[in-house]
Design a protein around this ligand. Structure first.
Ligand code: AKG
Ligand code: FE2
Length: 322
């Protein structure tokens, strides 16, 4: 993929013949995924199990979604702060609009969302959003499994009860001649995220040297996997939560979809003991995910650069080696 100044952003192809646990191809993928997540905190995954037809249809339906009256959009409220409908001119940016579909792999939950937006119902939206959301959940699980295998851990070491929240976003073009922040720089607070866009490349990732890498050439079958703060904590700081942002330019509307892994109430984020030793002393305390979210969304923490919030909330100083 083409990137700014010679930093090679990882592109990993998930061919179905390599996706059998234990075979050589699987181990090669595990190592690549781990290396990408340790170096960049994210990578481009080429995954054609989610068909381009479903994906394109989803973006077409999102164009219908943004046309529903504001009174209906306002009904998209989630119990989590800052999730739910966020209209243009919010804290995110003047040019952003986002909806949140809670528990997207659960058909009834998708139906409830559709009923709020289209009181007469919208079976096509339900089918496509549920299919896409469920497939994104499967892809995320696959990537987690690769991370577990690459560290030689047991299956239970990253076993959480969670839901997948699918955020559907639109970025409007800024005034002519201007380059604008569509989504401010941040690390994700859910455990991990998969992002895709309607072929309008505007996502940027911060590399270790502080340089922003523009993801300009994602394939139509690609998704961007992003390590969130809790996954970084789980891995004892080996995996990096990637700072990312969306920079928009005057031309077309950009639509994107992000599938976030949200642990259920009461979930404790805990580093497996196998990832702690003399060389890798424990960096973060165990913490309750919801308490971390409350911290993040409490003032004044929310207004600060989010790249440091995990450290402020959970870092052990000094790190401990047992
Ligand atoms: O729209 C995008 O590509 C990214 C959105 C994002 O980073 C987020 O919702 O956390
Ligand atoms: Fe994000």
């Amino acid at each position: 993929m083409s990137v700014d100044a010679k930093i090679e952003f990882p592109v990993i192809e998930f061919r179905s013949l390599d996706l059998e646990r234990g075979i050589d191809g699987w181990h090669r993928l595990c190592n690549k995924v781990r290396e990408a997540c340790e170096t960049f905190g994210c990578f481009e995954v080429v995954y054609d199990t989610i068909s381009t037809e479903v994906r394109e249809e989803m973006f077409r339906l999102m164009k219908e979604l943004v046309e529903v009256p504001v009174e209906r959009k306002q009904k998209n409220v989630l119990p989590l702060p800052n999730y739910g409908w966020v209209g243009p001119g919010s804290h995110v940016s003047s040019f952003y609009e986002g909806f949140a579909l809670e528990d997207v792999s659960n058909y009834d939950s998708v139906k409830n969302f559709a009923q709020l937006m289209w009181p007469e119902g919208h079976p096509r939206f339900c089918d496509i959003a549920h299919t896409m959301g469920t497939q994104l959940e499967v892809l995320n699980k696959l990537i987690w499994l690769m991370l577990i295998d690459s560290y030689g851990l047991g299956d239970d070491s990253l076993k959480l009860n969670y839901i997948t929240i699918m955020r559907m976003m639109k970025y409007m073009p800024p005034p002519p001649g201007e380059n604008e922040t569509g989504f401010f720089p941040h690390t994700d607070k859910p455990v991990s995220t998969l992002i895709c866009e309607n072929q309008i490349p505007r996502l940027e990732i911060e590399a270790n040297n502080g340089q922003w890498i523009k993801l300009t050439n994602l394939s139509p079958s690609s998704f961007v996997f992003v390590v969130g703060d809790p996954l970084m904590a789980w891995s004892n700081g080996r995996l990096k939560s990637a700072k990312h942002r969306v920079m928009i330019r005057e031309d077309k509307d950009r639509f994107s979809i992000a599938a976030f892994v949200f642990p259920n109430k009461g979930t404790i984020i805990k580093t497996p003991k196998e990832l702690i030793d003399e060389q890798h002393p424990r960096v973060f305390k165990d913490f309750d995910f919801m308490e971390f979210l409350s911290f993040v969304f409490s003032d004044p923490a929310r207004t600060r650069d989010s790249g440091q919030l995990l450290y402020e909330f959970a870092a052990l100083t000094p790190p401990v080696s047992n």
